[in-house]
Design a protein around this ligand. Sequence first.
Ligand code: AP5
Ligand code: MG
Length: 217
Amino acid sequence: MNLILLGAPGAGKGTQAKRLAEKYKIAHISTGDMLRDAVARGSDLGKKAKEYMDRGELVPDDIVIGIVKERLKEEDCRNGFILDGFPRTLKQAEALDKILLELGKEIDAVINIFVPEDEVVKRIAYRRSCRRCGAVYNLIYDPPKGDVCDKCGGDLYQRDDDKEEVVRERYRVYRNRTEPLIEYYRKRGKIIDVNGTRSIEDVFNEIVRSLPKKLNF
Ligand code: AP5
Ligand code: MG
């Protein structure tokens, strides 16, 4: 099963992608996580990406397309994958079509999670991520048991791009550059609309219920 998750910053893409990847045993591909990894390692790619990420802007298409192209060829994608945060521009969506054609794969469904701006700003303000394993928590909606990660004991931190003014910019960029992709995939009959304002569990159950029956193995 090959899926795309679309949605504004803070809509819950990462939270749901992780659960879906576990349930269906498919690869979770988050371009945001991959770029943050590159930043943490201090690679040339990371240094370049950081400038854009800190301002809430998109990293140039060519860089991100190159990363995803290589990632999709990896062994763990054979059973399927879930793209979280990619594609984000029309150019990325067209490049993805070409890559998948070359690999003989196809997108089965595009899950569009809707959450209004004020709610995402609130959610992101209380988000904490694990520096070691990447687990994501929310101090209000999905709190860790203590001060460290429940899963691995790693440090919990707030992302550099999670300051309110940067979040508002990311939201603006989402509306201008990424929202048009909803129409792109709707025309192809792939979109599944999901109301993302309910609890993490309810949103997850709705996604699972809405996936085409033939995919629900
Ligand atoms: P990326 O890491 O993808 O960030 P984003 O799209 O802004 O999305 P977030 O990760 O902030 O939110 P999310 O939807 O994953 O929500 P989460 O599950 O964490 O990208 C970061 C940057 O990298 C970009 O700005 C750009 O610079 C660059 N980049 C990445 N991909 C790129 C690309 N393709 N092209 C160019 N540049 C790219 O949930 C948020 C919080 O809410 C958490 O605390 C969670 O616990 C909580 N929560 C989740 N669901 C619920 C719920 N139902 N109820 C209550 N709380 C909830
Ligand atoms: Mg995310």
